[in-house]
Design a protein around this ligand. Structure first.
Ligand code: AMP
Ligand code: ZN
Length: 113
C-alpha cells in the first residue's frame, strides 16, 4: 500500500520517533506548527476517521492517552495542549492514515482557521 505513514512505521522513510509500542508510533511532525507538534498514529492502516469500526475503539483510546502522556513528558500537560484529527479535504487532511496531531508549547488560538 502506498501510504506515507505506513512507510514511516515500516522504517522505509526516516522520522524523528518519540514513542513506539506494539500498536502505536509517535513522531515529530516534519513541518511543526508549535514547539511540540507530534503525530500519534496506529500501526494498523486506517485511512480516515470515517473508516473506523467498533473494534478500533481501543486503538483510538491508545492514541489519545498516548498524546496526553507525551504532553506530560514535555511539561505542557497542565498548561494545556491541543489534539486534532483532520478528516478529508475540508479539514485539510493530506495523509490518509489517521494521525492525532499533538500541538502545544505556545498559546493556541480558537477557533482554528
Ligand atoms: P494532515 O494535514 O492532518 O493530514 O497532517 C499531515 C501532517 O503530516 C502534516 O502536518 C505534515 O507536516 C506531516 N508530515 C508529512 N510528511 C511527513 C513526514 N515524512 N514525517 C513527519 N511528518 C510528516
Ligand atoms: Zn498507512
Amino acid at each position: 500500500m502506498d501510504c506515507l505513514f505506513c512507510k514511516v512505521i515500516d522504517r522505509k522513510i526516516p522520522a524523528s520517533i518519540v514513542y513506539e509500542d506494539d500498536h502505536v508510533l509517535a513522531f515529530n511532525d516534519i513541518n511543526p506548527q508549535a514547539p511540540t507538534h507530534v503525530l500519534v498514529v496506529p500501526k494498523r492502516h486506517i485511512a480516515t476517521l470515517n473508516d473506523l469500526e467498533p473494534g478500533d475503539d481501543p486503538t483510538v483510546g491508545e492514541l489519545v492517552r498516548r498524546a496526553a502522556a507525551i504532553a506530560k513528558e514535555r511539561g505542557i500537560w497542565a498548561g494545556g495542549f491541543r489534539t486534532v484529527f483532520n478528516t478529508n479535504s475540508d479539514a485539510g487532511q493530506t495523509v490518509f492514515h489517521i494521525h492525532l496531531h499533538l500541538l502545544g508549547g505556545r498559546s493556541l488560538k480558537w477557533p482554528p482557521g
